[in-house]
Ligand binder design. Structure first.
Ligand SMILES: NC(=O)c1ccc[n+]([C@@H]2O[C@H](COP(=O)([O-])OP(=O)(O)OC[C@H]3O[C@@H](n4cnc5c(N)ncnc54)[C@H](O)[C@@H]3O)[C@@H](O)[C@H]2O)c1
Length: 337
């Protein structure tokens, strides 16, 4: 399995994953529409860095453009597909739900259709911890029900998990779904808290802290996350011959080569403590604008990452202080501040 198609290769996680795969000698084909959900220069800079490797090439197109996606699969015949392109973001899904419908449902369907037709060896697709929605039992285990999404974003990702299961079953297409937990790190997304907080602190403008700082997140450092993805590429699910023999920790479907895996740090950090760590790294205090919890937000996320460890022997370890330090160093360098 030497050629990997990464959708969303100009995105935050796609860029880090592509870089890791290139370092490890894979051929990487990128696919990204460079959407204007946030600063396209950041996306172009990420792609430009990947293009420094002769083993990287990329197409700029939308997932909804089936002809374009299909011809890329026909030309490249990837062994593995890691599908990360999506309309991301919890809050924006209240403003523009249609973009989630188009990118996440139509787009993901097109990826699955091509993966089926070209008999990809392993399809891995991004879901989110947001699918745990209104659940209160913590840490969140993949064995818990996820029937109560609180945002349309989460609903599209939950649908992706079910869509993936049907194709895995019908076409024997090995499929792994990931649930990511608040990923952060250098080259991060401008719509996410860390980016906004560092910007506000360095510019001396107020930062909005939701639920008066009584929010908890299982922050996952991006290098840890992509290491987990890389290891899961090799953990190809196989349709079980004896469903009764599936270990208790495993979410392998009894009916299909399909499983869903949390990738999180298994540590929940209080938002107020997160801000303290950022202030310490920036060397300046934040102007804190405490606010109510936002519509659709959940007060806490916390991953049970047992299954990731059982499958790969790997556990994310980067401590929040260290991760924040790497981000602030990158931010200062990137923006020259
Ligand atoms: N960052 C997180 O904390 C987090 C948490 C949970 C899940 N996820 C999921 O992980 C994946 C990657 O997230 P990210 O943080 O790198 O986001 P990102 O927005 O930085 O990357 C997504 C990329 O997909 C591209 N894209 C969007 N719609 C497209 C379309 N219709 N056709 C082609 N390209 C399109 C965008 O241009 C972007 O470069 C997404 O599926 C997201 O939902 C992320």
């Amino acid at each position: 399995m030497r050629k990997v198609l990464v959708t969303g290769s100009a995105g935050f996680i796609g860029f880090h994953l592509a870089r890791l795969l290139l370092e490890q000698g894979f051929d990487v084909v990128g696919y990204d529409a460079i959407t204007d959900y946030y600063d396209v220069n950041l996306k172009r800079r990420r792609h430009a860095m990947l293009h420094q490797s002769p083993r990287f090439r990329a197409i700029e197109a939308r997932l909804e453009d089936f002809a374009q996606l299909h011809s890329l699969f026909a030309d490249e015949r990837p062994d593995v597909v890691v599908h990360l392109a999506a309309q991301a973001g919890v809050r924006y899904s209240l403003e523009n739900p249609r973009s989630y419908l188009e990118s996440n449902l139509v787009g993901t369907f097109n990826v699955m259709e091509c993966a089926r037709e070209f008999a990809v060896g392993h399809l891995l697709m991004a879901s989110t911890s947001s699918v745990y929605g209104a659940n209160t039992e913590m840490p969140y285990s993949e064995h818990h029900k996820t029937d109560h999404p609180l945002t349309f974003y989460a609903a599209t990702k939950k649908a992706n998990e079910a869509m993936g299961h049907s194709y895995a079953h019908l076409w024997n297409l090995p499929t792994t779904m990931f649930r990511f937990f608040t990923v952060y790190g250098p080259w991060g997304r401008p719509d996410m808290a860390l980016f906004k907080f560092v910007k506000g602190i360095l510019e001396g403008t107020p930062i909005d802290i939701y639920n008066n700082g009584e929010m908890f997140r299982d922050f996952t450092y991006v290098a840890d996350l992509v290491k987990g993805i890389r290891l899961l590429i090799d953990a190809v699910p196989v349709r079980p011959e004896d469903p009764a023999a599936i270990p208790a920790w495993d979410t392998l479907s009894p009916a299909a080569p399909w499983r869903v895996v949390n990738i999180g740090n298994s540590d929940k950090v209080r938002l107020a403590d997160f801000v303290d760590a950022i202030e310490a790294e920036c060397g300046r205090p934040a102007i804190r604008n405490y606010m109510e919890i936002q519509k659709g937000d959940v007060p806490a996320t916390w991953a049970d990452a047992t299954q990731l460890f059982e499958l790969t022997g790997y556990k994310p370890t980067t401590d929040i202080r260290e991760g924040v330090r790497h981000f602030v160093t990158w931010y200062r360098d990137y923006f020259n501040v």
